[in-house]
Design a protein around this ligand. Sequence first.
Ligand SMILES: NC(=O)c1ccc[n+]([C@@H]2O[C@H](COP(=O)([O-])OP(=O)(O)OC[C@H]3O[C@@H](n4cnc5c(N)ncnc54)[C@H](O)[C@@H]3O)[C@@H](O)[C@H]2O)c1
Length: 292
Amino acid sequence: MAEISTLGVIGAGQMGNGIAHVAALAGLDVVLVDVKAEAVEKARATIARNLARQVSKGSIEASARDAALDRIRGGTEMAALSAADLVIEAATEREDLKVSIFRQVVPLLKPEAILASNTSSISITRLAAVTDRPHRFIGMHFMNPVPVMKLVEIIRGIATDEETFNAVQQLAERMGKTTAVAQDFPAFIVNRVLIPMINEAVYALQEGVGDVRSIDAAMKLGAAHPMGPLELGDFIGLDTCLAIMRVLHAEMGDSKYRPSPLLVKHVEAGWLGRKSGRGFYDYSQDPPRPTR
Ligand SMILES: NC(=O)c1ccc[n+]([C@@H]2O[C@H](COP(=O)([O-])OP(=O)(O)OC[C@H]3O[C@@H](n4cnc5c(N)ncnc54)[C@H](O)[C@@H]3O)[C@@H](O)[C@H]2O)c1
């Protein structure tokens, strides 16, 4: 298989901008698309700011920052993905949305292009089945924030071929990441373990076992977690956490995965965490103030 030199990224949110950032620094040409022009603009600004921070810390040269920014093209036209050797979908965690995106982009792609999803929980096999290339479809699950976190979980669908697996694993390494291989079960490895823990912390909050500050302090100091579970839920996005719990609950058929009603309420209120300015903390305050 020819080397992957142009990467398409669908969805310019928290994950899409991070994937574009790291890929461009690794020397790939990047095409970043989103339905919202303002999401692309915001992503560009975030990437520029994060690259500037790396320059000021001395981890990259100013010339590498400039070259990376030059390699990223962005817009709302999916047709721009026709140049890509690999397309990573990083849009909102909703299966119907991802299915419609894959149906829309498949006719635009090179026949040999690989398709990957950055989904946190949805079946890779099922997503692959709506495309014309299930053998060239794979899960490539980056962690947030992408420029900082070392891991990429790679998930084979039932039809994924070895060539695709090897190409994607090599690319992840070229992007400076370490890979862990997961089988195609709901939420794979990281989120199978992590998101039920966050959901449990929300239950503990709902039941009054502790307030936001106590629950986060308890897990940071008592279990040596770098972030408390409620702070981490806000960081991931509470809509994403809820979507993952719903996939686990529906597909494992076990009541232990039922989403906390308080988590549901937060999402219904649009209190999605950092990205919306309020979640379990209020981010209009500095430092962010616990809401309960
Ligand atoms: N947040 C995390 O910690 C994390 C970690 C790993 C994986 N993920 C996964 O990455 C994906 C994206 O999550 P995120 O946190 O970046 O979400 P986000 O809400 O920050 O961004 C999602 C982006 O998708 C865009 N989008 C929606 N519909 C689209 C369409 N039809 N075409 C193109 N773009 C569209 C939105 O405009 C938005 O910019 C999800 O599948 C999520 O589960 C998230």
